[in-house]
Design a protein around this ligand. Structure first.
Ligand SMILES: NC(=O)c1ccc[n+]([C@@H]2O[C@H](COP(=O)([O-])OP(=O)(O)OC[C@H]3O[C@@H](n4cnc5c(N)ncnc54)[C@H](O)[C@@H]3O)[C@@H](O)[C@H]2O)c1
Length: 297
């Protein structure tokens, strides 16, 4: 982490963060503080890593599961969160949990597939919290109806639009609503939650879902390159199998995963915290797989 530019002042020695308490016992902090920094080594102590104080994040589909976890972890690093969900009750629930923990959040209910609603919802979020610095496109699924796994040969063409609407158009609408502001202000972070199904062929009956998720990956690469010189990064997380409400299904899925367990919202949220940070300024245009080793590239 040396050689990078810090936009926020770092606490000075002898501020010792709790996790270095054992070093205090060994009498080492002074040695660390006194070290010559000939390699531009900023020391092992310092600001909260990936400090998001003062940032505003919009997380779509954050009413439950992965999105709620992302919202909670971003809030934990100091970001104010606009919690979106199609279901306002779910968004409100996440807001209540974040505020109960001392974080700052507002609920903004809108449908990411509807351009007008997205424009209005983002304006509402910005009125409440200020300009959106961080967008996490998490809302996604099988579309208006839940994803019904089915071989492509058996699908009805009428079922194709739903998954592409939410997983691709949802991303386009939300990005379009924030990109100009981010570029004009010279700082922005866009993170899209895609799927392992978008980077590898599977015999799960999810081809049209994967078409939407894969389209989002390609779009994000171009957005990243178009906005790279304006201080905006755009990355995608292709996530693997997450836990299921049914423990038997979760156990079954876990057997296919080298790490031995399904994913948790926090596994995705921690990656978002990094990608949302100042420190991730040189990380853009990437598709990062988070999957417990299920698919390695
Ligand atoms: N769960 C998995 O195993 C898995 C695997 C790979 C990728 N993903 C992706 O991760 C993301 C989160 O998954 P999850 O399991 O937490 O999903 P989830 O279905 O539990 O939650 C998604 C939330 O998004 C909301 N939502 C749905 N459509 C919306 C719309 N049009 N506008 C606004 N909000 C909308 C829902 O109301 C819901 O609260 C999704 O993009 C999903 O495709 C999930």
């Amino acid at each position: 982490m040396w050689g990078m530019h810090h936009h926020r002042p770092r606490p000075r020695c002898p501020t010792v963060r709790p996790r270095y308490d054992h070093l205090t016992d060994l009498g080492t902090p002074n040695r660390i503080c006194d070290q010559k920094r000939s390699l531009d080594w900023p020391g092992v102590k310092g600001a909260r890593v990936f400090n998001l104080d003062g940032r505003v994040a919009l997380v779509t589909g954050a009413g439950q599961n992965v999105g709620a976890g992302i919202a909670r972890l971003l809030a934990g690093q100091g970001a104010a969160i606009a919690v979106n969900d199609l279901r306002p009750d779910r968004a409100t629930h996440t807001v209540e949990r974040i505020t109960a923990d001392g974080g700052r959040a507002v609920a903004v209910g809108f449908d990411v597939t509807d351009h007008e609603q997205v424009t209005r919802g983002v304006a509402q979020a910005e009125l409440a919290l200020g300009p959106v610095d961080i967008l996490v496109n998490n809302a996604g699924s099988g579309g208006a109806e839940e994803l019904v796994p089915m071989s492509f040969r058996d699908t009805d063409p009428a079922s194709w639009r739903g998954p592409i609407d939410v997983n691709l158009f949802g991303v386009l609408h939300c990005c379009r609503a924030v990109i100009n502001g981010m570029e004009d202000r010279g700082w922005g972070r866009i993170i899209t939650i895609s799927s392992g199904a978008a980077v590898t062929g599977l015999d799960f009956g999810v081809s049209t879902y994967a078409a939407g998720k894969g389209g989002a990956i390609s779009f994000m690469r171009h957005l990243a390159v178009e906005s790279a010189s304006k201080g905006v990064t755009a990355n995608t997380l292709a996530i693997g199998l997450m836990g299921n409400p049914d423990p038997e299904i979760t156990a079954f899925l876990a057997r296919r995963i080298p790490v031995g367990r399904t994913g948790e919202p926090d596994d995705v949220g921690h990656a978002c915290v990094y990608l949302a940070s100042n420190e991730a300024a040189w990380m853009t245009g990437q598709t990062i797989q988070i999957n417990g080793g299920s698919n390695t590239t």
